[in-house]
Design a protein around this ligand. Structure first.
Ligand code: ZN
Length: 275
């Protein structure tokens, strides 16, 4: 399918309802009972906006965190999110906190400069903070995985537990555990989460044709994920189809708020020679 055809399909999202993610506060369009947040890839529940109104404090805290992220103050964002995660006790909040620490770590790396003299000390500070945040993120993801595995043993597998656990193992690059959880999701017969999980898994192991095959399963009006376009764009980029990837990402960036989309688009533009 051409990038142009994908962009046409993406327009389906404009007519869909949008739900707020209870873990990062982003809004994602969807048409199924559960879909995946376009920002942190946590499950989003249809009707969650109704619940959110009942829990105003939680959503206000997420908004505050997002304000700190937008202004580049990751230290404050992590501090505020940590309060939220400690007060709530939901292990899925630890997953999001871990991702936030990874973003903090990346942001510190970006500030390392070699082109100016007299910045060695500052570079060392950024590097050491980046390492600290990377290990903190990893520890949080591991802690979340231990809690979710324990809940998993006690209760029946809910999509939230299973899918969050799967994403944690993906982020930790623990593909053996990711595959084990994905097989459980598939056995449960959830078509949407299975296709989404396989798309992410294949992309992570570098099987981009497998990833696109599963992404194509998620482009139907009743089985839709806007994130499928990101994984298709990533596959196009890896196959050096830069112009097509840019067309898709431009269109996606207008519809979702996502650092990965921005980062990939900037890589694509660099490859085309626009930057
Ligand atoms: Zn989210």
């Amino acid at each position: 399918m051409s990038a142009h055809s994908y962009v046409e399909i993406m327009k389906l999202a404009d007519k869909m309802k949008r739900e707020l993610c209870g873990y990062c506060g982003s809004e994602t369009p969807g048409a199924t009972k559960i879909w995946i947040c376009s920002n942190c890839e946590s499950p989003v529940y249809a009707g969650f906006i109704g619940q959110v109104k009942m829990n105003k404090t939680h959503m206000e805290a997420l908004e505050q965190v997002n304000g700190f992220i937008s202004s580049g103050d990751y230290a404050k964002a992590v501090e505020e999110y940590e309060k939220l995660a400690n007060a709530n006790g939901d292990p899925a909040l630890l997953y999001r906190l871990g991702l936030l620490c990874f973003s903090y770590s990346n942001n510190e790396i970006k500030q390392i400069r070699y082109d100016r003299k007299g910045f060695m000390e500052e570079n060392a500070r950024h590097r050491s903070l980046s390492h600290a945040m990377y290990s903190k993120g990893g520890l949080l993801l591991n802690r979340a995985a231990v809690s979710l595995e324990a809940e998993f043993k006690k209760n029946a597998m809910t999509p939230l537990i299973a899918f969050t656990l799967f994403m944690i193992y993906i982020k930790l690059d623990n593909m053996r555990s990711a595959r084990r959880v994905l097989e459980l999701i598939e056995r449960r017969g959830d078509e949407y989460l299975s296709a989404y999980g396989k798309m992410v898994f294949d992309s992570q192991i570098g099987d981009y044709s497998g990833s696109v095959h599963n992404a194509n399963e998620l482009l139907k009006p009743d089985n839709f994920s806007i994130n499928a376009f990101y994984y298709i764009a990533l596959a196009l980029f890896m196959n050096r189809k830069y112009k097509e990837a840019a067309e898709l990402l431009d269109s996606l960036g207008k519809r979702v708020r996502n650092n990965s989309v921005d980062a990939l688009l900037s890589e694509v533009r660099k490859a085309i020679g626009l930057i």
